[in-house]
Design a protein around this ligand. Structure first.
Ligand code: ARG
Length: 580
């Protein structure tokens, strides 16, 4: 169950019964310190101010009208009018015992499942994925997994950069290579970064080549068969490599999810004509421009967004306008989340301002930019190779595998070979992902191998190890966790702390779904693992003098911990292993 939601409804009702205007909010929070109870309501003060009442008096009235049944042990007024709620251990025990038969560990399915489009990954064709794409891939996929766990229908939209004038030079270069090497697709295109660099170099240095390239751009846009065929080869070879990377990362992004810029190409002339007809776009020196009062340029005049260039070409923004429209109209989105680098914030806001003005997507369908910061090197500068180049994602994952191999060889070298291989892979990919997901996505973060592969702290190896520790308790007890039933008793402080954490899983899931903030789920799981370790230290399970009913109760708390860790890590896209 979602305790926060339950208390929020109860206190909100009591607030209204105490005279607060309809729509007043309880503002429930988990309490930061045990002395303030388990939850606290901060909603009384603003309402009291509105009503001109003494907040502590209003708080008392709220409590007089509050009916929490047998859920609470104590309800207290604190400070200027906070209401602190202390839950009753018997009530918690009863709820947790009921959760034992729930393979979702108490996370309810969404009442109204939505269709949610998640814009994620979005690498560019004829380029390698680099570290910024790592962020949009793993963050986007983890949010998608969490939303799916809640029962929403998620469309992963991989908005790849597969259109634009650069394809002229890429096609011309591919043509040249094919003339001498029939196997070019397998050989030279193995290194896309190099292929791109060579075409660019050729384009800059050879006017005849540049002329041919420009000609191919025109032909490609005109739908020329041969040009399209070459273009398709470039897209395919790039996406084949990227799909392989998604697989390694345990990200569920498939070929069907590819919805690149080219897909919207046919919509663009219609969009420009429509914006013109609606009086939003005007011609300016041959280009089509939308002036937005909401944004001012340096002279204080409305900022212009070019949606069609003088030569007839369309822009990245035009495509994002069409794409938002498509996601609403064709995909039936109730909500659209964009996992894109923070530097594209203004681009998106301007595109969406136009989308709203044109009425392409109603205000009731949120378009949310879930921005993320940069990945930095130890020197606090953008993460680069030693030579100053971009770090390829594939290289990074290879290094993670190498490092995880030595780590696991050292720690658990005697595992059977197949188990060991599985553990190494889970640790390698898990570490890279978890180190990213556990940071507040809006800030830049420093990528550090040593920290992420440590068995201490808020890391993937620690979390995975904690899970195996719980599993080993069942092996030792010779009990199948799934078969446990019977009452749970919460008597010790460590049991209470663990029980409270277990009951808060659905709140952590909810905050991921609401704001795409995965570090909250990571922090929750880390705290849960910590509470479990403490519990296990103070509350023995497999000792001879532990009475059978106590043992059975504690085993159930352990079983719920394992289930919650597995499900939670699953939402993050991190594999668990049974032993390591
Ligand atoms: N391909 C772009 C890049 O690598 C990201 C695209 C993001 N999605 C979007 N709808 N604009 O920067």
């Amino acid at each position: 169950m979602n305790v926060l939601k339950f208390l929020d409804q109860k206190i909100t009702a009591a607030l209204v019964a105490a005279g607060a205007p309809e729509g007043s909010q309880a503002m429930m929070r988990q309490s930061a310190r045990a002395q303030f109870g388990d939850y606290q309501s901060n909603g009384v003060m603003p309402v009291a101010k509105k009503l001109g009442m003494n907040p502590r008096e209003l708080a008392q009235k709220v409590i007089d009208n509050l009916d929490l049944g047998d859920a609470s042990e104590k309800v207290e007024i604190a400070g200027p009018g906070f209401i602190n709620i202390f839950l009753k251990p018997e009530w918690m025990a009863e709820k947790l015992a009921a959760t034992m038969s729930d393979d979702r560990a108490g996370v309810e399915k969404a009442e109204k499942p939505q269709t949610i489009v998640v814009d994620l990954s979005a690498p560019n064709v004829a380029k390698e994925m680099h570290v910024a794409h790592l962020r949009s891939t793993v963050i986007g996929d983890a949010v998608a997994k969490t939303l799916e766990f809640q029962g929403h229908k998620v469309v992963r939209a991989n908005h790849i950069g597969d259109w634009g004038t650069q394809f002229g030079m890429l096609i011309a270069h591919l043509e040249d290579l094919q003339a001498t090497n029939p196997d070019v697709m397998n050989s030279e295109l193995g290194d896309l970064e190099e292929f791109y660099r060579q075409s660019k170099k050729h384009y800059d240095e050879d006017p005849a080549f540049a002329e041919r390239a420009r000609n191919y751009v025109v032909k490609l846009q005109g739908g020329d068969e041969w040009c399209l065929e070459q273009w398709r080869k470039l897209v395919d070879v790039t996406m084949e490599q990227n799909l392989h990377t998604y697989g390694r990362l345990n990200c569920n992004i498939t070929a069907q999810d590819t919805m690149g810029e080219s897909m919207y190409n046919d919509m663009l002339p219609g969009i420009v004509a429509d914006l013109k007809e609606k009086g939003l776009a005007v011609e300016d020196q041959g280009a089509m421009v939308v002036y937005l009062d909401e944004y001012k340029n340096k002279d204080g005049d409305p900022m212009g967004v070019i949606i069609q260039k003088r030569d007839g070409g369309f822009l990245y923004t035009t495509t994002d306008i069409a794409c938002a429209k498509y996601r609403y109209e064709t995909l039936g989105a109730d909500r659209v989340l964009y996992y894109i680098d923070a530097r594209q914030a203004q681009h998106l806001q301007m595109a969406w301002t136009i989308v709203r003005k044109a009425g392409y997507v109603p205000e009731s369908v949120p378009l949310e930019h879930h921005a993320f910061g940069m990945m930095l090197g130890k020197d606090n500068k953008p993460f680069k190779t030693r030579a100053g180049g971009v770090v390829k994602l594939a290289t990074l994952l290879d290094e993670a595998t190498a490092r995880a191999t030595s780590l696991i060889e050292e720690k658990s070298g005697d595992l059977p070979a197949d188990v060991k291989a599985q553990v190494i892979n889970a640790v390698a990919m898990g570490s890279v992902k978890y180190s990213d997901l556990s940071k507040n996505r809006t800030s830049d973060y420093v990528f550090e191998w040593d920290n992420m592969l440590s068995f201490e702290g808020n890391t993937a190896p620690y979390m995975m190890y904690a899970y195996t520790r719980v599993q080993s308790i069942f092996r030792k007890a010779g009990v199948d966790a799934a078969s446990l039933t019977g009452p749970i008793a919460i008597t010790e402080e460590a049991e209470r702390e663990l029980a409270m954490k277990l009951m808060q899983f659905s709140e952590a899931v909810e905050s991921v779904a609401r704001e795409g903030m995965l570090h909250i789920l990571c922090a929750y799981l880390y705290d849960l693992a910590g509470s479990f370790m403490k519990f296990y230290e103070f509350c023995p399970i497999n000792k001879d003098d532990v009475p059978a009913d106590v043992k059975n109760s504690r085993l159930q708390l352990a079983a719920l911990t394992a289930r919650t860790l597995k499900l939670g890590l699953g939402c993050l896209g991190i594999d668990t292993v049974e032993q390591m």
